[in-house]
Design a protein. Sequence first.
Lengths: 336, 336
Amino acid sequence: MATLKQVAAHADVSVQTVSNALNAPHRLRPDTLERVTRSIELLNYRPNRNARSLRTSAVELIGYCVPSWHGGQAHLVMDQFLHALCAAAETTGRHILLFTAPAGADGMSVYDDLHARRLVDGFVLSQTETHDPRHGWLKDQRIPFVSFGRVWKESTQPGPYVDVDGAGGCAMATRHLYDGGRRRIGFLGWPRSSGLAEDRLAGWRDACVELGLPVDGLAVHCVEDTFDEGARGAASLLDAPEPVDAIVALSDVLALGALRELNRRGLAAGTEVALTGFDDSPLASVVSPALTTLRQPIDLIANELIDILTGPDLSEEPVERLLQPELIVRGSSAPG
Amino acid sequence: MATLKQVAAHADVSVQTVSNALNAPHRLRPDTLERVTRSIELLNYRPNRNARSLRTSAVELIGYCVPSWHGGQAHLVMDQFLHALCAAAETTGRHILLFTAPAGADGMSVYDDLHARRLVDGFVLSQTETHDPRHGWLKDQRIPFVSFGRVWKESTQPGPYVDVDGAGGCAMATRHLYDGGRRRIGFLGWPRSSGLAEDRLAGWRDACVELGLPVDGLAVHCVEDTFDEGARGAASLLDAPEPVDAIVALSDVLALGALRELNRRGLAAGTEVALTGFDDSPLASVVSPALTTLRQPIDLIANELIDILTGPDLSEEPVERLLQPELIVRGSSAPG
């Protein structure tokens, strides 16, 4: 297929003139317009999805801060998320501008600068933190944004968000373990300061209570999301006077740490102790047994984010979309 | 909102001087800079992206095509790479524009459009394929680019690249296993059509020959980079009349598939059969035993890429930089 550039060369005009012929024909002299139109027809050029945005010569760029990576804490589904976000943006003629920024309030000057210089027209936030300062700041500045993830511990959300129902997911995992005959189900979480962790903890707890299962002393707050902490947390659940027969972990990382601990003790994961994670990261299917986990609907999340950010109703009541994860059952909870 | 022209009139300087005040303040005399800055503040001027064209030192965007993700084939260190690439670009005042494109020649119209519309000023390529059509095309179009990874099976490289010495890395792993007492070392690779695989295979083979170790029948060409293929390949090396006592895998994914197979057979990885991977992905440290692997120097790679792309010598002899990976020794090859 011909490109915009080839059409421009064929008609002996600039790329911008071809763009104008497509989007603002009144700006061209009739003979120029006719020449360009003929070239478009001869070369069978079909403006692609991006050409729309040439109209105002301001393709809109959407800023996304790429999270920094620390040894123990990998963003295991970030590549899937970024591809999905890019693809969703491109269906609207937009692109993603990646940048780095310090965490928290220290990073706001980077967001401010990118927007003030009109390098980006809005932001997709992720890696949302408790009392995340970015959302309120962007709202105050009237800079368009949408968040993948809620801002925890706020009574009302400071803007539109898309999130995955972590509580619902952990309740789903708990009920699945119960259906498999488990009656003493522990929970591996993060510190109480994490709203995300408290949400998933509540999903496990509510499901246990509803099913008549014990919860006292069965929730471990791991210090951080590492394999070592998952192993340590699992050890404490297994060393208790009444050991657990199943573990719901709030992340694949913690679950795989727990799996390491089970292997170390010679306990058969899936038969002696059942185990579930959260994320369906690439890790989940490599380990033995493979990990039962909750899969986030990444494509749907990306589409919703772009839909909200580029939609007409950003100034209206904030849009809040809570999507259900899917339980992917594997050997760690269903042997055989 | 004030325009650049209004600011220039207010400060009694040229439009170019205002642009310099914003983008290259060191070029201005201090009193001029102060006067322009005051006008910018008084008029509450916010430079927009249209001003880019007025600048000589415009913010440059660098295009990077985000690879698509397929179930079995995760890009395990892509998040690290993207963060490093962004950070490196930002030290030069540039940003990364992410986009998606079909693989191979079908994607070239996307690259062409992005450049023709001046959305990006150059590209960083990765996920380089054998006979990758992008490099030659970009070179012909005189569009600046640099490649993370060589274009295999070409007699000369069609442009500048940074790559990691896969042959050197696999030779390093082989010598490490030899030093640990292993004398029958197998290799898990990819199909012969992959230049990268042939390179790493050669590193293993040359090291074995140099050390006086057998190679015949000890190289398995896995069909794809999946855990299942790694397990299948390891099984064939273990089922041979003379089974291997060690395996060099050309990727962490294959190595972890092999590890799963060892676990399944009750063979102690690290003691009975030693094992190495390639990438030091997040996977490598979660499994039990943890995986000995070759770590790519991601930050250095990113810095070199940006350095080459933004350097003055793109039109000169292509720059070729081959970096050594680091052997990270863990329990899969050195128990205890």
